[in-house]
Ligand binder design. Structure first.
Ligand code: HEC
Ligand SMILES: [Cu+2]
Length: 325
């Protein structure tokens, strides 16, 4: 065998070894992730490193009940994590940053505390810059009371409002809608010939015309999955977990960081007109993105995309208004 031939053989064999070995090496580097109910420790590990442009392979198992796995702000289908079984997930990131991964199954009272982070380093390959949330650019105080001083006697009807709306002085831009509460729009109609009930109907129509059936349907689904357990299927603040929230605060969360400083509150009743008609979409956006500071309201900013949050907000208002078809 000639020397050059020998070298090329060695190169080929090395190539094969690398081709087989590299994935094995990557595989071995990813530890098995264990999922447990939040009070028993949640995800372990709960911080994972990744790089832009390099697929991240994860292997996940559950040590107790069925959990789910999804990563926030990503278009991915959640996967179930079954006890004693290993589920494999491959993720790709196009932007550096801190991503949240979370449980998608209502595994227990503190289900929504089952969160971890993926720290992604590298340069962005996504051309879209991150946008500033509206509540920040409007400089809203999320903790200021926002009750509407006047509320309608019944549920305002968008269908009736549509008939009145034709020549009314309402700014039709999405920004106007997002930065004003239903009450403020009601107030702005003060100098028209409309009765109070008609003004509220007009507001209902204005709210409906700022959403779409698709957005409402999407919001409804997200709500059922993520919010109903506390805020109630019909928005009345009476979800199955609502009663247990206070108890959970005392009993099961004591082992968790910061739990001692928590003041648990009752979930907000989205059917209460005083509260909801006094809140602008931007204000609700802020509350949802940020979560209640030290209360039972989780922080959703790391989970949902901007569009998903507007869909949720559109759906939350639908508890206040009678929408037509
Ligand atoms: C674990 C229980 C729980 C879950 C789950 C939950 N919330 Fe809440 N939420 C609360 C509590 C408690 C409050 C009231 C305390 C506060 O504002 O911090 C609240 C307050 C709010 C408010 C503030 C309303 C206002 O006028 O001040 C909004 C908006 C809201 N939740 C939306 C949502 C949405 C949307 C989801 C689902 C994506 C959700 N919540 C899931 C418990 C929960
Ligand atoms: Cu879980």
């Amino acid at each position: 065998m000639k020397r050059s031939e020998l070298i090329s053989r060695i190169l080929i064999i090395t190539g094969i070894l690398l081709a087989v070995g590299a994935p094995l090496f990557l595989w071995a580097r990813t530890p098995l992730i264990h999922a447990r109910m939040a009070e028993d420790g949640g995800w372990n590990p709960d911080v994972i490193q990744a790089e832009v442009g390099k697929p991240l392979h994860l292997k996940i198992t559950s040590d107790d009940v069925v959990h789910g796995f999804a990563v926030g702000q990503m278009d991915m289908r959640s996967v179930d994590i079954l006890p004693g079984k290993v589920t494999e997930v491959t993720l790709n990131f196009d932007k550096p940053g801190i991503y949240a991964f979370f449980c998608t199954r209502w595994c227990g009272l503190n289900h929504w505390r089952m969160r971890g982070t993926i720290e992604v380093s590298g340069a962005s390959t996504d051309p879209q810059p991150a946008s500033v949330p509206l509540y920040v650019s409007l400089n809203l105080d999320l903790d200021a009371p926002h009750d509407a001083p006047v509320v309608p006697t019944g549920k305002p009807s968008a269908t009736s409002g549509q008939l009145l709306e034709a020549n009314l002085p309402i700014d039709q831009s999405a920004d106007y809608y997002r930065s004003h509460s239903p009450y403020e729009v009601f107030e702005s109609l003060q100098n028209t010939s409309l009765t109070e009930a008609q003004r509220w109907d007009t507001v209902a129509y204005f709210w409906q015309s700022n959403t779409t059936p698709e957005s409402l349907a999407n919001g409804k689904q997200l709500y059922a999955q993520n919010c109903a357990a506390c805020h109630g299927e019909n928005g009345a603040g009476d979800g199955v977990f609502a009663d247990d929230l206070a108890e959970a605060g005392e009993a099961s969360m004591q082992t968790m960081e910061g739990a001692m400083n928590m003041v648990m509150q009752v979930p907000v009743d989205f059917t209460d007109p005083r509260r909801m008609l006094g809140a602008s979409p931007a204000l609700l956006q802020g509350k949802i993105l940020r979560g209640g500071m030290g209360t039972g309201m989780p922080m959703w900013g790391v989970i949902f995309t901007e569009k998903q949050i507007w869909d949720l907000i559109a759906y939350i208002y639908s508890f206040q208004f009678e929408y037509g078809n």
